[in-house]
Design a protein around this ligand. Structure first.
Ligand SMILES: N[C@@H](CCC(=O)N[C@@H](CS)C(=O)NCC(=O)O)C(=O)O
Length: 250
């Protein structure tokens, strides 16, 4: 800011000068220019200090539990580092994580874990929560139900005994999956091919697990669930991401 002594000195000078009006205009212009320069400097620094947070999502090089997080970030056009680690890097990294698991979500160096907690946090940011507390409760209940199904199907991947694996597979195909999918399909039907909000993204991200069990046309009998998948896939930001994301089996 202009030094007050200089200003007073200048004012005294122009009072005694031959052209007091001219001097007044010059001083006014100097003050004006100084204020403008300072505002530009302030704006410049505020742009750099109020920069978007630096965001990093760390997970294996698969879609898995990180994909809903990535989808929400893409949907919200929020820049992030998609940090995909190799299996051999995991042992060293595991010891440094809050609960020895991924995905991890980092924002300006702060670390969060638990994929669905992160999804809820991001859903707030990108406006994909329920319209009220009751809707949020329904969304959470659907998300937890999808997780129940996901865990049951994932147990198939972990079973090493081939005979047990085949038995489990048949139970999942004939009983477990239809039980869950029929009910989820009915809920999606009541909502016109949507669940409510971010949970559509969760279902979309988890649909490969259903396909793994039931084949590529896993939703053939579940039109409303197919509509959930199609509706998410149609969103331009998601469509674009699906085209460019690393191609992985899960
Ligand atoms: N409930 C946790 C589960 C996380 C989880 O099971 N992560 C697995 C990958 S899908 C993991 O980190 N596995 C490696 C390990 O446990 O060492 C979440 O949703 O984030």
């Amino acid at each position: 800011m202009m030094d007050l002594g200089i200003l007073v000195g200048t004012v005294t000078k122009f009072k005694s000068s031959k052209y007091p009006m001219f001097m007044a205009v010059v001083v006014y212009a100097i003050i004006h220019i100084t204020i403008n320069v300072l505002s530009i400097v302030h704006l410049y620094f505020s742009i750099f200090t109020d920069m978007a947070p630096s965001i990093k999502v760390t997970y294996f090089n698969i879609r898995g539990l990180a994909e809903t997080i990535r989808l929400l970030l893409k949907y919200g056009e929020i820049e992030f580092e998609d940090n995909r680690i190799q299996s051999e890097e995991w042992a060293a990294l595991k010891a440094t994580t809050p609960f020895g698991q991924m995905p991890l979500y980092e924002e300006d160096g702060k670390v969060a874990w638990q994929s669905l907690a992160i999804c809820r946090y991001l859903a707030k940011k990108v406006n994909l929560r329920g319209a009220n507390d009751w809707e949020d409760l329904q969304v959470d209940a659907i998300a937890d139900t999808i997780t129940d199904l996901r865990i049951k199907i994932a147990s198939l991947m972990q079973e090493k005994d081939e005979e047990k694996k085949e038995q489990l597979k048949q139970t999942l195909i004939k009983e477990t999956a239809p039980y869950y999918l029929e009910r989820l399909d009915k809920i999606a039907g009541e909502n016109g091919g949507h669940f409510l909000t971010w949970v559509d993204f969760y279902f979309f991200a988890m649909s490969h697990i259903v396909n793994f069990l039931l084949g590529a046309d896993g939703y053939a009998n579940y039109k409303n669930l197919q509509a959930v998948v199609d509706n998410v896939q149609k969103i331009p930001a998601i469509k674009k991401w699906v085209e460019v994301r690393p191609k992985t089996d899960f």
